[in-house]
Write a protein that binds this ligand. Structure first.
Ligand code: URA
Ligand code: SF4
Length: 183
């Protein structure tokens, strides 16, 4: 564990701890306010994120940005990261060994940011952070408290592109996250 961002960013720079290093263009480390009270954790970079080195800049990210705007959440005020920092080929799910190899970076990011609330975007984030026994359908919109952090699982924004009906849930879950910040 590193106690500052410079060392952590230096450590990840040429990472080859898992096989995803082979296909990446850029490592997508994370973005936003490094002292945020609210943090978002996604799954892994897609093509646009890989090309730019920034999380959630593609279609799903743009949809998330619109929800942020509607709810008065400023993207630059929150911190956004992913389970894996390198793009899985053909946008497949990250495999267990890859998520495990990458987890130390995310853990370190959480320790440095010290968020009050973490929104888990989709099943992959949920299961890798809270455990494989959690299902996204049953867990979304619920408050799960662990070690001084409030976790709120919700749909992955890409799921909203496939199913319009999930948008209202997503909106409500983000609203819940916002209200929890006031506590
Ligand atoms: N999907 C994710 O899970 N993360 C990103 O950064 C982009 C899309
Ligand atoms: Fe390293 Fe994570 Fe990229 Fe794997 S996904 S190579 S562990 S930074």
């Amino acid at each position: 564990m590193y106690d500052n961002w410079e060392e952590l960013e230096e450590a990840i720079k040429d990472c080859n701890k898992c096989k995803l290093c082979k296909g990446r263009t850029n490592i997508v480390f994370g973005t936003g306010n490094k002292e945020a009270d609210l943090m978002f954790i996604g799954e892994g970079p897609g093509a646009d994120e890989d090309a730019q080195g920034i999380p959630f800049v593609g279609k799903a990210g743009q949809l998330m940005n619109r929800a942020f705007e509607g709810l008065g959440i400023k993207r630059e005020e929150v911190y956004i990261a992913n389970i894996v920092k390198c793009r899985p080929p053909n946008n497949r799910d990250p495999e267990q060994d890859e998520a495990i190899a990458c987890m130390d970076y995310l853990r370190n990011q959480v320790i440095l940011v010290k968020p009050k609330v973490i929104v888990l975007l989709g099943r992959i984030a949920l299961q890798n952070i809270l455990g494989q026994e959690y299902g996204i359908t049953a867990s979304r919109g619920k408050i799960i408290e662990k070690k001084d952090i409030t976790y709120i699982p919700t749909w992955h924004p890409a799921a909203l592109l496939r199913d319009e009906n999930k948008k209202i849930d997503f909106w409500n879950d983000l609203k819940l996250a916002k209200t929890r910040l006031q506590k």
